[in-house]
Design a protein around this ligand. Structure first.
Ligand code: SAM
Length: 407
């Protein structure tokens, strides 16, 4: 019997409700000491159809997660029960929750809730939404650290949209990034990613974790943002997740930022206005093979659209004019990428209900630049609407090999 300051009957009840009864969901112990919080929890999960137990420990704001077999979980529970001194212990099971608060004087105050009305699931979480990249590996610590999940590991309602967007982007990366050919002699070259306009680094950190944990790739990621507060947060999150040497951040404007490596892939998720064009331009200048870009709000072409010839009526209503400007902007971007040698696809990103900014441009440098058909198609559309897209002006140096300037 372990040296717990819980009564032997209570400790036996907890062991039995966890490992003998059906319907155990989680046990959590919280210890507060001198303003610091130590939190440890254990819960059943199913990973690759095997029952496992997930332990999670938060100490000084840093969370670590580890999966155990039955013997490991039993040992983990004994460690929890062996804790002495003031603390709180919360057991969640289908037969009713048990809450124990041990006071400074060592008295255990016990409260119990009634059994749950609904049936519990034996081993939740991992299996439920298998098809999502963020459920293909143990992402609990990541999601909690980046504040997409709450303390119990549930996706916060307010963060559901971001969670879905990151999952969709990860699917695209997964399909696009090839696995390195096995080689016994050569050292594996890391796959280098730059995230332009990374904000709080949800995608930056998720991409690193997914590609290393699920794809087993050696990855380095660099996030760029001009907002100092966001970069400060992003760096702290990377440190808390213990990945700060492989996931780095630069506080700079995209136009001047210099990442520490030549990227294989440049991504940007909702970089505002012409920052999307700047991300595309930098990707080309950095000679990135892949580009994945979800454009954001777009104002610049909107102002320029004045003459529509027989389609003038399309410009009459503000909302239609705005949507037309968005469509034309992304059409021009895609066509300019083709001219510059990128095989380019424009697809739906997430559902239009989730965000109106739901177009995704993905491109791979795989064509001969300057193909005359692509140039002519571009010029016809541009000259019809009598506009000069910002991206064209930005890329005029390179494009001048294939097109004449000024119009
Ligand atoms: C809408 S947020 C998206 C953040 C992140 N990609 C996400 O999806 O959570 C756009 C970000 O782009 C950054 N940004 C906009 N223009 C930029 C520029 N020219 N250079 C660097 N960062 C820029 C902003 O500071 C902001 O953090």
């Amino acid at each position: 019997m372990s040296r717990t300051d819980l009564s032997p009957e209570l400790a036996t009840e907890i062991r039995s409700r966890i490992f003998t009864e059906k319907g155990w969901m989680k046990i959590t112990q919280v210890v507060r000491r001198g303003g610091e919080l130590f939190r440890i929890s254990l819960r059943p999960v199913t990973i690759k159809e095997e029952k496992r137990y997930q332990g999670e420990m938060t100490e000084n704001g840093r969370t670590t997660v580890k999966n155990f077999d039955l013997a490991g979980a039993q040992k983990g529970l004994e460690d929890i029960l062996e804790q002495v001194g003031p603390r709180e212990l919360h057991l969640i099971t289908a037969s009713g929750d048990l809450h124990v608060r041990v006071t400074r004087k060592g008295k255990a105050l016990i409260s119990r809730s009634a059994p749950m009305a609904r049936e519990s699931e034996e081993a939740p979480a991992h299996d439920r939404v298998k098809q999502m990249p963020l459920t293909a590996f143990d992402s609990t610590a990541l999601l909690k650290t980046i504040d997409i999940a709450d303390a119990d590991g549930r996706i916060k309602a307010s963060m559901r949209g971001k969670y879905d967007q990151v999952n969709e982007l990860l699917k695209v990366l997964d399909n696009l990034i090839p696995s390195p050919k096995p080689s016994e002699t050569e050292e594996v070259k890391p796959f280098h990613i730059v995230d332009c306009g990374c904000g709080k680094a949800y995608l930056t950190l998720a991409a690193y974790h997914y590609l290393t944990a699920v794809r087993g790739l050696t990855v380095r990621v660099c996030g760029i943002d001009r907002n100092p507060a966001l970069i400060h947060t992003a760096r702290r999150l990377a440190q808390n997740l213990d990945v700060a040497t492989h996931v780095t951040f630069i506080e700079a404007d995209l136009a001047t930022a210099e990442p520490p490596f030549e990227p294989d892939l440049v991504m940007s998720l909702h970089a505002c206005d012409t920052a999307t064009d700047e991300a595309l331009a930098r990707a080309i200048e950095w000679k990135s093979r892949y580009i994945v870009c979800v454009p954001c709000c777009q104002h610049e072409l909107h102002k320029e659209l004045k003459e529509g010839g027989p389609f003038q009526t399309l410009l009459r209503h503000g909302i239609l004019r705005e949507r037309l400007a968005d469509l034309l902007t992304d059409t021009f971007r895609a066509q300019l990428l083709r001219i510059l040698g990128f095989r380019t696809q424009v697809v739906e990103f997430v559902s239009a209900e989730a965000t109106a900014r739901n177009i995704l441009i993905k491109a791979e440098f795989a064509l001969k630049p300057g193909q005359i058909v692509a140039v002519n198609e571009y010029l016809a559309l541009r000259d019809f609407w009598k506009v000069t897209p910002w991206f064209e002006t930005r890329m005029s140096g390179l494009l001048s090999k294939y097109m004449e300037f000024p119009r």
